[in-house]
Each structure stands twice: as C-alpha cells, then as structure tokens.
Design a protein around this ligand. Sequence first.
Ligand SMILES: O=C(O)CCC(=O)C(=O)O
Ligand SMILES: [Fe+2]
Length: 308
Amino acid sequence: MGSEAQLRLPILDFTKEENLIPGSSSWLSTCTSVRQAFEEHGCFVVVYDKASNELQNGLFGSLKELFDLPTETKRRNVYEGMPLKSYVGQHPVIPLHESMGIDEGTTLEGLRCFAEKMWPGGNDEFCKYLSEYAKVAEELDRMVARMIFESYGVLEHYYTYARSTNYLLRLLSHKAPEKVEPQLGFVPHTDKSFTTILHQNHVNALMVETKDGAWIDVDFSSPTSFVVMAGDALMAWSNDRIKSPNHKVLMSGNETRYSLGLFAFYRGILQVPEELIDEEHPLQYKPFDHLALLNFTYSANMKVYCGV
Ligand SMILES: O=C(O)CCC(=O)C(=O)O
Ligand SMILES: [Fe+2]
C-alpha cells in the first residue's frame, strides 16, 4: 500500500468538558496536542458536539435556500475590492464553486443586513440558524486561539488578541461535477486569516497538502467534525513554527457540498512575541497590519509582505 493512502489529519476530541477547563492539567495537555497538530500539519480535525441535529438541518437547509436564489440576487452581495467577501460564482476556472462573505457574520446585525440584501423583508430563519452556528464556531475558534497562546507560554498576549478579533463568515457551495472524473471546486491556496474554522455537510471534498507535498483527503463528514486551519497570520506570528497549509476542494460524486468558513482577523498590528525568537528561530517577519494583508493582494505571500 502506498504511504499516501495512510495519511490523515490528527483528530482531537473536544467533547469532554473536563479537558477544556483552563488551568487544569488536562487542559494543558489539550493545549500541547493542539500545538503539535498545528506544527506538524498546519491543521487538524476537532470533534465538537455543540451544534444540535436540529441546528445542522436548519443550517444546511438555509444554505441550500440561499444558493438556490437567482444569480442576480446573489450578486447583490458586493464589497468593493474585497474578493473574500463579495459573491463569487460562474467563474470559468472553477464553475462548480459559489461563495459569499458576510461581514460581522457572527452578529445578528451582520446577518440581518446580509439577509435583507437577499430576500425582501429579510429571512428570520436564516439569521437564526446562521447566528446559532456562528456562535458555536466562534467559541471553538476562541478556545483554540487561547490554547495556542497558552502552549507557547504567552497567555498574557491572548487577551489583547481576543479583544480585537474580527470575524468574517464565508458560505460556500460546490456543485457535483457533471463528469465522472473529480473536478476542482476551489483552487489551491493558503488562508490569510489567523485561524479558520471549517464545517460542511456530509459531502467530503477538502484536500490539504502536507509538508512533503502529498495531498490528503480530509474526512469531516460527521456533523460533529470541524476543521481548524492555520492561516498566514498565525504562520507569521509563530515565526514559522506553524505553516499555513495549502488546501483545495476537489469535487466528485453527485451531491452538492455546502460548507462554512469562519475566518479570524486581528484588527491591528500583529508581531512575533519575543518568547518565540531564539537562535534556532531567528525573527522571520516584521510587525504587520493584518487587515491590510487582505487588501495587499488575495494571493499575497507573507515573506514578500512582511519578511525580515
Ligand atoms: O470548503 C471548504 O472546505 C474550504 C473552503 C476554503 O478553503 C476557503 O474558503 O478558504
Ligand atoms: Fe481556504
């Protein structure tokens, strides 16, 4: 058997409350597992059972309703010069792909503002399910962020980070390919966020590149599975201890895949903590403005943007 077939991402279990109580010894070992998974793969799967079945059904039903809207309606989601936020669809390179960003998508106001653009009079059900989901994903993201800071011994910086975190919620739909062969749903890229939380319906299609250049399939088809991914900002902040992984969506089968990405951005200047600079890890990045990274260019390379 080829070794690639055996490759898979680490799976961390976040269902036991006692492992998630800051300060306890099991919390510290959870922090260590998170750090190891990030350093080795740049991402991992988390089992987190905070989204009920009713919420899952409502959530993916709402996404179907949204993406079933006419293209002209979806095109009303425009943010000038912001490719991560505006509607993307009918792109000749990735015809199966459609996505829309919701600014302040973890707040009811942000969701209502979006829904009013899509439906006359808004859509209360949509806002209810999306806000309930966003709460779960944000809670997971904040916990993971705290674990990263704690595992590097810089917990005091976490509080500043957490106060200025801005979330962008992105909704994605990937249609089934019309051919038998798998078809690219989303091109290979790294995220510009600090961290990203991904969730999907039962259709797997996400692939992540390992440090050795092999592509591995990510199975997070269970309703309790989430993917936690390091973005370029975490790579720079960690002084290259964590690498933001290249990933893509490769569609096969005959079902539509709906997914959600929650992207964490720091409103301000991020810099490598002194504790993460030593002889073995000389400083790799100058302090950088995280939100400006988004405007720099979507395909920005961190070394070009703020390398020492
Ligand atoms: O749909 C997915 O699972 C991945 C989406 C993604 O990589 C992104 O939006 O940056
Ligand atoms: Fe991504």
